[in-house]
Design a protein around this ligand. Sequence first.
Ligand code: ATP
Length: 235
Amino acid sequence: MLEIAGLTAHYGLVRALSDVTLKVEEGSITAILGANGAGKTTLLRVVSGLVRPSSGRITAFGEDVTALSTDRIARFGIAHVPEGGGVIPELTVEENLRLGALWRKDKADRGAALAEVLELFPPLVPRRAKAAGTLSGGERQMLAIGRGLMGRPRMLLLDEPSLGLAPLVAAKIMAVLRDLRAATGLTVLLVEQNARSALSISDHGFVLGLGAVVASDDADTLLADDQLRHAYLGF
Ligand code: ATP
């Protein structure tokens, strides 16, 4: 469903990604792990067209999307939920959600998507008319994911959804993602510093170190690899 081949990306002279090759299977949850500055966020930004690669190729759903603009990539079915969620605190929960589907022409289906997202995230229902800035961290992350789902993507790129959340709340967000995939077959590319928690719901994981893939395997195998865990995953 998503294939990345020989991807290299720079910020000026800084090389953030170095010859990254990876594959994300349709309907899978794939974790991208690694320490601060390993290149995880950059990888998502390149896939969604925010950062142009210096070389390499990205193929999604069988088509070359390497040079597409961010809006074309969103229309193509790839939704990016950035670190921190990127919700607009002054707008209400419902207004934030509606923003996620603004570009879609089918008005009736936009209404249906809103109902589905609210059903997926019951804590948002009583907050629907409240400013997003009044939400707790966990609710705000649900809102960010919900906004991404409003465009009915085929694939969700999620950047550190558990960042800054209490462990119990982070676990709830992971459970929501696991259930969402089980219910809809959505493909998820999940960037996380919390490797243990990400691998607990993932099928496969890639570990980045200084911009390069240093390991990739089934999630269970990565979890069981003591040397790798100590060297790259911090637990
Ligand atoms: P974190 O968990 O801290 O977000 P990360 O694994 O997501 O880390 P990136 O944010 O992708 O890593 O950063 C990869 C490298 O690129 C780092 O060396 C970082 O300092 C550098 N970098 C990231 N963004 C920029 C930028 N806008 N300008 C210059 N260098 C950048």
